[in-house]
Ligand binder design. Structure first.
Ligand code: SF4
Length: 182
């Protein structure tokens, strides 16, 4: 019998949410028995090779490539999960929201204290580079999201509970202890 298929991606995130997926410790052995990973940094598969049951995305959308990857996940995944605060609300990268993009780029490439003052101050504009968006967008503002797992990062227990419920076709009921952060 074929196993349910999972895919994951990190957009404008720090990979901390992916670290939390790996933090399920020895349950990773159960997970490998339960599911098959498709496109994901976990197995380094770069493109979708089959329809996916559960897609998990960390990070919001900060540039045009993030949007492209997110739309590909929506197209290929039956269930799509927003994992962590960056995916749900934009998180830390969204601190740039409200500051014009030009000003952000000048701060990074012209005024940053670690820049060599004798280097030519160039803002990269190669046509192959993704275009920076006017602000960082949470995922649900761009595609339909089926489940939200909060936290920075969400705990390994929360991810395990959510995944096992969804894979068994059960409603996603998250115990309060797993979504309380004080
Ligand atoms: S939610 Fe936190 S851990 Fe996850 S990608 Fe954002 S900053 Fe990193």
């Amino acid at each position: 019998m074929s196993k349910p298929v999972i895919a994951t991606a990190s957009l404008a995130g720090c990979f901390g949410c992916h670290m939390s997926i790996l933090d399920i410790d020895e349950r990773i052995l159960d997970l490998v028995e339960l599911v098959e990973f498709n496109k994901s940094p976990v197995d380094d598969i770069k493109t979708f090779t089959k329809p996916v049951d559960v897609g998990i995305i960390e990070g919001g959308c900060s540039n045009s490539e993030n949007v492209e990857v997110l739309r590909a996940f929506r197209k290929n995944c039956k269930i799509l999960i927003s994992l962590g605060e960056c995916a749900i609300m934009g998180g830390l990268p969204a601190m740039r929201n409200g500051i014009p993009v030009r000003e952000c780029l000048e701060e990074a490439y012209h005024r940053c204290p670690t820049i060599d003052p004798f280097d030519p101050k160039i803002i990269p504009d190669d046509p192959d580079l993704p275009i920076i968006l006017d602000r960082v967008y949470p995922l649900h503002e761009i595609v339909k999201i089926d489940a939200f797992l909060p936290g920075c990062p969400p705990s390994a227990d929360l991810i395990w509970k959510a995944l096992t419920s969804l894979l068994q076709g059960k409603p996603l009921v998250l115990p309060y202890a797993l979504v309380k952060f004080d």
